[in-house]
Design a protein around this ligand. Sequence first.
Ligand code: MN
Length: 498
Amino acid sequence: MINLKELEVWFVTGSQHLYGEETLNQVAQHSQQIAAALDGSAQIPVKVVFKPTVKTTEEIYAICQEANQAKSCIGIIAWMHTFSPAKMWIGGLKILQKPLLHLHTQFNRDIPWATIDMDFMNLNQSAHGDREFGFMVSRMRLNRKVVVGHFQDGEVHAGIGSWARAAAGWNDWQGAKFVRFGDNMRFVAVTEGDKVEAEMKFGFSVNTYGIGDLVQVINQTSDAAINQLIQEYNDTYTLAESLRKGGAQFSSLKEAAKIEIGLRTFLQQGNFKGFSDTFEDLHGMAQLPGIAAQRLMAQGYGFAGEGDWKTAALVRAMKTMGSGLPGGNAFMEDYTYHFDPANPLVLGSHMLEVDPSLANGKPTCEVHPLGIGGKADPVRLVFNVAGGPALNASLVDMGNRFRLLVNEVEAVAPEHDLPNLPVARVLWKPLPNMKTGCAAWIYAGGAHHTCFSQNLSSETLQDFADMAGIECITIDADTKLRQLRNELRWSEAAYRQF
Ligand code: MN
């Protein structure tokens, strides 16, 4: 959906004039080599751009200002090859609005035991130069990611790659627009939230449009466009008998295609990156958008049902972060449980809108009645999802702050046919185990709506939360309930100051 190679992170090396021209030339050469190595790493999805060494307060301020202005720059990697007295960094760090990664590395991997002298020591002193920089970032209470290791170490590349993906998601949110058709599902709590605070904190806006505005666009759809899309459905999915041309419900498929085209047009015209709707407010629409929402998600739009704009925005950000990786990021809901003690499972789904970017194999396109909403039977794609490591992430508004909650899970390929279940579905086992994982989620106030990811790590989501300056709670193989409950209590105190 988004080519992350169009985005840049800037590699900035700090030093000072104390060492003389010769040393500074070496610093520049080494920095270029490191930047080039990172740029060439398959694990780092964005461009890494070398920037000239900064040696004064003014140069540091200027590069931070330039980074703020540059649209393609999504973050800065800072490294102190020599020693860069950190009071010089105060002004720059104060204005820096892009995410920061502190790479605590060294040009040489090994100490050259036989030849090491004081010249070598003067050049290769990041072991203490980086500590001076680290102090200042901590002293200023700024969030950043610290990655430690030799610059050719694969784990270092993975750490930078994880952060770069988070930075791409963060960058995508800045100025992003999401549309909410209608309001929140009546009486539902967790899908609500402070949209003003969200815009201040996250940089995206959510605004409402009447469903009538959308219906007007849907009704302008031409028959030619509808026929073309039906051909695409035909080519891409296994159509149920009744939905084929001449079938009893072919008109439902036409209606679904019309809704999809109208929705896409509306989103394109408003330059929206995602949307939410609610089945309680669909005046003028024949069906609930099923296949339309599904296909728009697969094409990169954020979506969540029932007015849940927070999850819609999170789905969009996570799709951006996962760009180029195999697997998908998708709107999900914990639906029902299999409480067999020998094989406990969560079945995740939604009433219609499960993203086919998760599909394992060719989806079938079906039409079935929907018990709620009081509309005509909606068309939807039905499929299963492959097993493997995955996670669920949820963004909740705790009243005094936003909390990002992440649960690592093991997805499981279905062992049984579900012939009577007319929706797409996923099966997974929460980590560390079913009971602890579910209890931890409930204690943390996690929503029933999530973004299910097959390709992002909890590290990337932690990096993302740090960029936003919000709390991140991770439930993984190491989670112990007592410790997690304490973490929640302590976070309550930690975030009270803000
Ligand atoms: Mn729901």
